[in-house]
Design a protein around this ligand. Structure first.
Ligand code: CO
Length: 152
């Protein structure tokens, strides 16, 4: 387990499309464990593999509902909309207002390759949409209606 460096806005890797995961072995598990440690240390709600410089379709989310790992995710249904504030560990010192779906249905694989499906609402849905965008090189600042500088 290790803390990895979080890539910051301006690094071109954040704009690349991540590749599908085909290895569900030790190397991928190590990556995900490191991502979890890194997310906890950074006190964030979610982290995509590209944010630690690895172009693989993996993200993790840590919200009130629990801790979740998504490998090769695909949002298959969205319902409604919500407006709210959003930040990103790769865009430090800022937050912005972003419209997201109120509810999403996502299918993905776990770290062993086993498929699952999950329905998320409210902030959990927001976090999933934000992280899923990272896999396609999209940052929340691309979608924000306003951006503000935060205190911390
Ligand atoms: Co982010």
């Amino acid at each position: 387990m290790a803390i990895r460096k979080i890539v910051q806005q301006g690094d071109p890797v954040l704009r690349k499309r991540s590749f599908e995961v085909t290895d569900f072995g030790a190397k991928t598990h190590q990556l995900i464990d490191d991502m979890r440690d890194t997310l906890i240390k950074a006190e964030g709600a979610g982290l995509a593999a590209v944010q630690v410089g690895v172009l693989r379709r993996i993200f993790i989310v840590m919200v009130d509902e629990g801790y979740f790992e998504f490998v090769n995710p695909e949002i298959i249904k969205t319902q409604g909309t919500q407006d709210g504030a959003e930040g990103c560990l790769s865009v430090q010192g800022k937050y912005g207002q972003v419209q997201r779906p109120k509810k999403v249905t996502i299918k993905a694989q776990d770290r062993f390759g086993k498929p699952f499906k999950l329905v998320a609402e409210d902030f959990f849905a927001r976090a999933i949409c934000h992280e899923n965008d990272h896999l396609d090189g999209i940052l929340y600042i691309d979608k924000a209606t306003s951006i503000e500088v935060s205190e911390n």
